[in-house]
Design a protein around this ligand. Structure first.
Ligand code: UDP
Ligand code: MG
Length: 139
């Protein structure tokens, strides 16, 4: 089923000029980038986005990291896009990520791991709505 997921190319990747290389992996996997914007996350945006992790010990560092350089927020569309993109990203910790995945190729650590992808269709809708309106998305 065609669906949408939300993606972020994180600061460690934009800092190393890897936006195009990450996008190539996404597109080679059959996902379409139907909206994309380069932004600098505000503290309020980063805190809200990762609110679910607020009680975790890495939350403060994660929020600081997300504000440390530009990010590229994206909407990806394709067959089973949520699960498909989780496969394409690879495991959270690059040491556990399968060969060829974005995190195996590019992530620097469990924290600075190059990309975000929604973990459910419900969260995809909420995350997309935090950064895009329907008019921004051109399928
Ligand atoms: N994270 C971290 N330390 C950890 C686990 C996660 O810094 O031990 C960061 C990392 O950037 C990760 C994000 O928090 O991508 C969200 O964690 P989650 O478990 O949701 O991983 P994801 O869904 O991104 O694979
Ligand atoms: Mg997650």
């Amino acid at each position: 089923m065609t669906e949408r997921t939300f993606s972020i190319i994180k600061p460690d990747a934009t800092r190393r000029n890897l936006t195009g290389k990450v996008n190539a992996v996404i597109e080679d996997a059959g996902l379409r980038i139907v909206a994309q914007r380069r932004i600098r996350m505000t503290e309020a945006q980063a805190k809200k986005f990762y609110e679910v992790h607020a009680a975790r010990p890495f939350y403060g560092e994660l929020v600081e990291f997300m504000m440390s350089a530009p990010v590229v927020v994206q909407v990806l569309e394709g067959d089973n896009a949520v699960a498909r993109y989780r496969e394409v990203m690879g495991a959270t910790n690059p040491a556990d990520a399968a060969p060829g995945t974005i995190r195996a190729l590019y992530a620097e650590s469990v924290g600075e791991n190059s990309v975000h992808g929604s973990d459910s269709t419900d969260n995809a809708k909420l995350e997309i709505a935090q950064f895009f309106t329907e008019a921004d998305i051109v399928g």
